[in-house]
Write a protein that binds this ligand. Structure first.
Ligand SMILES: NC(=O)C1=CN([C@@H]2O[C@H](COP(=O)(O)OP(=O)(O)OC[C@H]3O[C@@H](n4cnc5c(N)ncnc54)[C@H](O)[C@@H]3O)[C@@H](O)[C@H]2O)C=CC1
Ligand SMILES: O=C(CO)COP(=O)(O)O
Length: 336
C-alpha cells in the first residue's frame, strides 16, 4: 500500500473523551491539531493544564494540542475528525459547512451511532447536510483512555478513495494506534453502532446475575443478528467480522469500562434509565441507536430480537424480567 502524506493540520470536532484521545494521537504525530469543545471547562483545562479534566481526567495531553470553542477554526484546517455524539451530529455538520468554504473537506466520522429521528447513518446525515465533504469512517475496539495512555489498539479506517485513506492512515496511525484500511464505510459504521446496543444487553445479563455462559451466548447470538442486519443493510460480511464489527463487540460487551455495558448493568440491577443517565455526563450511544436499529431491522424484514429487546427496555415498554422470559421462550431453531 502507498504510504500517504499526513495532513499538516486537523480540527477535531468534539471535546469528549474520544475526541480528546484522537486529538492527542494527531498532535503526537506532529500534526497541528485543534480540539473544538463546547464546554469552557474543557477548553481551559486543555489549554492551561494539558488535560481534559471533564471527560478524560488524569491523562496528560501533548502541550502542542490546543482547544477552541469556535468552529471558525475548522475552515483553516486541511481535514476534520468528527467526534460529536450521533444525536447532535446534524446541526454541527450544518455549522461546519458554513464555517468551511473549501469544497471537498475530508471528514473522518468517528462517532458510533445512528440518528434516531431519521434512521440515517452518519455518512448519510453528512451527505444530506454537507454533500461537498469527503467522508471516511474510523471505528474499532478502542477505549479513549487506552488510546490516550498509549496502550496498543487497532481500528478500521474506511474510505472510498485509497489515496485519501492513505493520508488518514499517515495522519492518525502510530505504533500504538494501528489503522487497517477498508472501503466499506457502511460496514464500519454499522458495526460501531450495533455493538453499543448489544453491549447494553450484555450489561443487563451481568447486572441481573445470569452468568458468564449467558453472556457468551448473548454475544454469539448478538453477532449472528449483527451480521444478518449488517449484510441486509449493505455491509460486507468480512467488515462485520473485523475490528469495527466483532472486535468492537467483544470489547464493549465484555468490559464494565464501556459506558453502554455499564449502563446495561445498572438496568439489569433494576435501576431506571432516567436515574442512571442522570448520574452521568457521558454519552451511551446505544440508548438512542436501539430504536433506530430496531426500526431499520423491521423495515428490512430482518429478525433482530436482542436489539428489539433493548429498544423495548430503554423505552419502558417491557421490564428486564419480561424481556428475559420472552428471549428464553423463543422457539428452538437452527444456528445459521
Ligand atoms: N469514549 C470512547 O472510548 C469512544 C467513544 N466513541 C464515540 O465517540 C462519540 C463521542 O463520545 P465521547 O467522546 O466518548 O463523549 P463523552 O461521553 O466523553 O462526552 C460527551 C460529549 O457529548 C457532547 N455533547 C453533549 N451534549 C451535546 C450537544 N447538545 N451538542 C453537541 N455535543 C454535545 C459533549 O460536549 C461531549 O463532547 C460517541 O459517538 C462515542 O460512541 C468511539 C470510540 C471510543
Ligand atoms: O466504542 C467504544 C470502544 O470501542 C466505547 O464504548 P462505550 O461508548 O460503550 O464506552
Amino acid at each position: 500500500m502507498n504510504s500517504g502524506r499526513p495532513f499538516s493540520s486537523v480540527g477535531v470536532i468534539g471535546g469528549g473523551a474520544w475526541g480528546t484521545a484522537l486529538a492527542a494521537v494527531c498532535a503526537n504525530n506532529g500534526v497541528a491539531t485543534t480540539l473544538w469543545a463546547r464546554e469552557s471547562a474543557v477548553i481551559n483545562s486543555v489549554n492551561n493544564h494539558h488535560e481534559n479534566t471533564e471527560y478524560l481526567p488524569g491523562v496528560p495531553l501533548p502541550k502542542t494540542l490546543n482547544a477552541a470553542d469556535s468552529l471558525g477554526m475548522a475552515g483553516e484546517k486541511e481535514a476534520l475528525l468528527f467526534v460529536v455524539p450521533a444525536q447532535f451530529a446534524r446541526s454541527v455538520f450544518a455549522d461546519l459547512r458554513a464555517a468551511c468554504p473549501t469544497a471537498g473537506m475530508p471528514v473522518a466520522l468517528c462517532s458510533k451511532g445512528i440518528e434516531r429521528s431519521s434512521g440515517l447513518l452518519m455518512t448519510e446525515v453528512l451527505s444530506g447536510v454537507w454533500p461537498e465533504a469527503k467522508p471516511a469512517v474510523l471505528s474499532g475496539p478502542s477505549f479513549a483512555r487506552d488510546v490516550a495512555m498509549g496502550l496498543p489498539t487497532a481500528v478500521t479506517l474506511a474510505c472510498a478513495n485509497k489515496d485519501l485513506g492513505a493520508r488518514w492512515m499517515a495522519t492518525i496511525g502510530a505504533a500504538h494506534f494501528r489503522p487497517y484500511l477498508s472501503n466499506d464505510l457502511t460496514g464500519a459504521e454499522l458495526g460501531g453502532a450495533i455493538k453499543n446496543v448489544l453491549a447494553i444487553a450484555a450489561g443487563v445479563v451481568d447486572g441481573r446475575g445470569l452468568g458468564q455462559s449467558a453472556r457468551a451466548a448473548l454475544i454469539a447470538r448478538g453477532f449472528a443478528e449483527f451480521q444478518r442486519l449488517g449484510v441486509a443493510l449493505g455491509a460486507k460480511k468480512e467488515t462485520m467480522a473485523g475490528l469495527s464489527g466483532l472486535g468492537d463487540l467483544i470489547l464493549t460487551a465484555s468490559s464494565s469500562q464501556s459506558r453502554n455495558m455499564s449502563l446495561g448493568m445498572e438496568l439489569g440491577k433494576g435501576r431506571s434509565l432516567e436515574e442512571v443517565l442522570g448520574e452521568r455526563n457521558t454519552v451511551s450511544e446505544g440508548v438512542a441507536t436501539a430504536d433506530a436499529i430496531h426500526a431499520l431491522a423491521e423495515k428490512a424484514g430482518v429478525e433482530a430480537p436482542i436489539c428489539e429487546a433493548v429498544s423495548n427496555l430503554v423505552n419502558g415498554r417491557k421490564t428486564v424480567d419480561e424481556i428475559i422470559a420472552a428471549l428464553l421462550a423463543r422457539p428452538f431453531k437452527s444456528e445459521a
